[in-house]
Write a protein that binds this ligand. Sequence first.
Ligand SMILES: Nc1ncnc2c1ncn2[C@@H]1O[C@H](COP(=O)(O)OP(=O)(O)OP(=O)(O)O)[C@@H](O)[C@H]1O
Ligand SMILES: [Mg+2]
Length: 609
Amino acid sequence: MENVVGIDLGTSNSVVAIVEDGVPTVIPNKGGYKTTPSMVAISESGKRLVGHIAKRQAVTNSVNTVYAAKRLIGRKWESPAIRAVQQSCPYSIVEGPHGDVRIVLREQVYSIPEIGAFILQELKMVAEQYLGGAVDKAVITVPAYFNDNQRQATKDAGRIAGLDVIRIINEPTAAALAYGFGKDFERRVAVYDLGGGTFDVSILDIGNGVFEVVSTAGDTFLGGEDFDIRVMNWLIQVFQERTGVDVRDDRMSLQRLRDAAEKARCELSTVRETLIDLPFLYTTASGETHHLQENLSRDQLEDLTRDLVDRTISICERTLTEAKVERGEIDDVILVGGMTRMPLVQRSVAEFFNLEPCKGVHPDEVVGLGASIQASALIDDSQDMLLLDVTPHSLGIMVHGGSFHRLITQNTTVPTSAAHIFTTVRENQTSVKILVLQGESDDATKNELLGEFILEGLRKAPKGQVEVKVTFSISADGIVSVAAQDLETGREQSITVTATSGLTEEELQRLVEQSQGYMVEVRASEEFERERQKIEGLVSEVRELFPQVEGIMSGTSFGRDAIAKAEAVLDRAETEMKGNDLRALSDVGESLERTLNMFRGVVTKTNLS
Ligand SMILES: Nc1ncnc2c1ncn2[C@@H]1O[C@H](COP(=O)(O)OP(=O)(O)OP(=O)(O)O)[C@@H](O)[C@H]1O
Ligand SMILES: [Mg+2]
């Protein structure tokens, strides 16, 4: 059966998993780690670095190292989230051609789906190496509260990476799948997922292979990153009070502070106090060096971040109200995401639901595992599992006076669709513009604009006579599509979509081609490495026999020639192993094999005689 993987493309860490012989398994990367940091960097020599290797060089190359790109995906340049990121991130972000966000690394501009694609490509390669075959299909998870633009952009990232994204599923739903997989029970559960950048909470009913989401809510800009920023700002302030120096404009110091803040935060999940020690944090223009040494206690950390945890709890409250579920009706609370290791988070959740959270799931791996379960169910008909998810946001259009007219309300089970009939308001009107939005505000301008849909080529007729039925659909991926039909003629009406923040089809096509070129390069270099190792082995075998053969053959003129030839082949091999020409390397390999055969023959004959 073909290989279809599940991928959790996280803000901080990503995971790739597959169901093997019925068992969902996380695939370890080259370093043996089950999670890969969602980081991308471009090195000084222009090399692309992804994962642990990018993370390791982040302090010395902070300007060209991207982390938490998921906080930017599918967002508009004008959004408040982007303003916040701009203030704290060391890499440079600029406005893209469609009002979107782009990242500049070593003077090259990248779209956010491209950055996502680099991470996905790495995971694809990890899976291919493990499985020993091509991986072209994947189920990718997204935060349940992601809107249509964010989902589309994630799908685009998959496409650029050369993956056919057969389904997008919500992270808490994936976690619930992994939790309930193969278990025979009926339960109502709450999944609380606090990761590096996002927060989601979903209420689900699980039973007899059916996983039904009752309601979901979240905040796509609330996670470990925000906790880190709180600790960082505190450190910056303390440092300024002690030394009079403001480190905010020094990117390397900021990156060191960020790393130290996160490390301290994680330590405080198990100890009550920790020392943050950053020698030579800042050197002034006059050459004066300043060090930072500061104790941070768990209580202090909790004071700095309590309101963030409180925000997650009010979102839990909201989703229960929307689901019309009482707290006491929840049988189990599942904690997902690295941030749920924080004692304050665990305490607050346990207190709110009046339940000890379930311990049976791995907070870092469960989402990836769930994605792999969904992947395997989608390609294997024999699995009778049913997943019913909901749309996290209401979908609607802008009507007269700028108000929002809801067509599909939040928490409706997907796939779903709703129709609306539009009529012309002017004589001979040939086109109609529809603004499609997602959100909960009655004021359309406060909701997320998904696109301007323009119905074109309407029949010329007196006003009010042309009636067009427009159908808005949300797929199982949570992705919106729009179709229109002239009611009188039954003809499909063409629709042009503008004002989305995603990539255009042409841009996507170009990026897909570019990345395929990159894969060829990667593969070619892997092949070169294999060949190089083979040559290395041959060279050492020839060298081992060399003194013996030289001793036997140097007495004859024919032998001297052969020895000189063998020396030349060895020299060529050494040169080609340092180069990058696969063909030349293979050629020298053939010569080496001939030399080795000859050497072996000489030695065997001499031993026999
Ligand atoms: N022991 C710990 N104590 C506190 N926080 C931790 C601990 N271990 C990891 N974290 C935090 O968890 C976060 C990463 O969690 P996770 O890997 O689940 O996120 P993600 O899946 O990448 O992000 P998201 O789901 O938001 O896209 C980081 O902010 C990290 O600092
Ligand atoms: Mg996550």
